[in-house]
Design a protein around this ligand. Structure first.
Ligand SMILES: Nc1ncnc2c1ncn2[C@@H]1O[C@H](COP(=O)(O)OP(=O)(O)OP(=O)(O)O)[C@@H](O)[C@H]1O
Length: 490
């Protein structure tokens, strides 16, 4: 993903080109410094893992000795399963779930606060408590935000979207773009739950399958959709006015601005938005060039950025298994699956063909598996993901189409049947992080297994390991004791 391949810069107007990518010193409502895990874009972005874990004396004084010892255990072993553990993580300044504030302190509307509590959220995560005060401040502030997978980014931007919705304006003025149909629907569902006590807010999906005739004026306040459909409705069909949009969210922002297909449409939408529109970009990953580019096209953004070592989560144990062939890979996962206590598992393959082969093989052997790949009809895709969410199938075999954003709490194992690589066969570190982030959601523990079948995939694995500076440990898929250890907290 090189900047040279991006043409948003070329399309941007002169003024946009001149925007300097610097951190704006805005007056945050509560005047607090961002926590140490978030660094302004101008600072060097590399620290040692030790520095990352250290925290300040003041921070460590906030937790008791007993909690500290439990915390160490959590950090070392990534075993975070019950509410108490979640509380402990919230007191660890180095955890992405760390919070010092309450939702009450974030100045949310009372109806939204009620909605948040009704969802069972007791306290905000780090990204929520850091991003929200900035996103709600007036005049509206643009933001490019990064936080690890499963740490509550969706709730952060959805709360900002709902807070900015003005029900007296009977037209779309809040727009959220997602890269896939499934993700748009998932975000809409979160928004609807959060807006449970705001009956006047109207939310509409702009996704494949939703039809509208030319010229019909949309009177919903919020549109959540995929770029192609949204552009169609805003330009060709003239169903709403993009120049009246006040809040624009780009979820999985890096893929939206750097992937062919999404890129052209996102750029065209961006160009049609008014200069006063508040822009919010969220993702767990930003390739360096993509981040630079985003900082250039977003007017004076506040940038919340993670150090590379902080991007992968401690609560996901990462392993690899050496295999000889795809049949051997299959045997390895069968062995691991037989021994590990698994809630649900997601298996990622490079191609639809391998995914189909694996699904057939596993089904033949009596496993209840689901197969989801991009060529399926929308209804089929929704049906499959709903059944998986309900636990009807324990295993979901898929391709990169499901690598990002999908939130299924019970997923405790992710298998990279094939390691993620780009078109030239090089390690795709961003996709790796998104894939393994389908487990370990909001502090839960998870296991990621990488199947390596030769020197090339070993090289890819080593590249990923070096990139994130986190160990990926070898696992012997024949050794039951070793596999069983993954279940344990020792
Ligand atoms: N403050 C909170 N308290 C408890 N649970 C929360 C809170 N915020 C979010 N969650 C839950 O955590 C899970 C992960 O949140 P979410 O999907 O927003 O993460 P994300 O950062 O967007 O992840 P990804 O990078 O994979 O898109 C969800 O199930 C969500 O309901």
């Amino acid at each position: 993903m090189a900047t040279s391949s991006l043409d948003w810069g070329a399309a941007a107007n002169e003024e946009e080109k001149e925007v300097t990518a610097k951190l704006t010193n805005i007056n945050l409502r509560n005047k607090e410094e961002p926590p140490p895990w978030m660094v302004p874009s101008e600072e060097p972005s590399v620290t040692t893992p030790e520095e990352g874990l250290a925290g300040s004396v003041e921070d460590s004084e906030k937790i008791s000795a007993a909690e500290k010892s439990l915390l160490q255990k959590v950090i070392r072993k990534g075993l975070v399963e019950n509410h108490h553990d979640l509380e402990v993580q919230r007191k660890d300044p180095n955890s992405p779930l760390y919070s010092v504030k309450t939702f009450e302190a974030l100045n949310l509307r009372p109806e939204l606060l009620k909605g948040v509590h009704a969802m069972g959220f007791d306290a905000p995560s780090k990204i929520q408590e850091t991003a929200l005060p900035t996103l709600l401040v007036d005049p509206p502030q643009n933001m490019i935000a990064q936080s690890q997978s499963g740490t509550g980014k969706t709730a952060a931007f959805v709360l900002a979207m709902l807070s900015r919705t003005d029900v007296s304006k009977n037209y779309p003025h809040v727009v959220c773009l997602s890269p896939t149909f499934e993700l748009a629907i998932q975000t809409g569902e979160v928004a609807k739950k959060m807006a449970k006590f705001c009956p006047h807010i109207k939310i509409r999906y702009a996704v494949r399958g939703e039809e509208i005739s030319r010229g019909t004026q949309i009177n919903d306040h919020i549109l959540i959709g995929t770029p192609g459909k949204l552009l169609d409705w805003g330009t060709k069909l003239r169903c709403f006015d993009l120049t009246k949009v006040e809040v624009f969210v780009l979820d999985e922002a890096d893929v939206m601005i750097a992937t062919q297909g999404h890129q052209d449409q996102s750029i065209r939408i961006h160009k049609l938005l008014p200069k006063t529109c508040q822009m919010m970009l969220f993702s767990a990953t930003y390739d360096e060039d993509v981040m630079k580019f985003a900082e250039m096209i977003i007017r004076n953004p506040v940038v919340l950025k993670l150090h590379r070592e902080q991007q992968s989560l401690d609560n996901i144990k990462q392993h690899y298994v050496v295999c000889k062939s795809k049949e051997d890979k299959y045997r390895s996962i069968s062995n691991i699956y037989g021994v590990l206590t698994i809630g649900q598992a997601m298996i990622f393959c490079h191609t639809r063909k391998t995914a189909s082969w694996l699904a057939e093989t596993m089904s033949r052997e009596g496993h209840a598996v689901a197969l989801l790949s991009g060529e399926l009809e929308i209804e089929q895709r929704i049906n499959i993901i709903n059944r998986f969410r309900e636990g009807k199938e324990k295993v979901l075999i898929t391709t990169n189409v499901m690598a990002r954003g999908i939130d299924v709490e019970q997923v405790t194992m992710v298998v990279n049947f094939d390691l993620p690589v780009d078109q030239s066969g090089r390690a795709d570190c961003e996709t790796y992080l998104h894939r393994i982030g389908r487990t370990g959601r909001f502090g839960k523990s998870g296991v990621a297994i990488n199947l390596v079948d030769g020197p090339r995939s070993m090289q890819v694995l080593q590249y990923i390991e070096n990139h994130f500076k986190r160990p990926i440990l070898r696992l012997d898929a024949e050794d039951v004791d070793e596999i069983e250890k993954l279940n344990k907290d020792d």
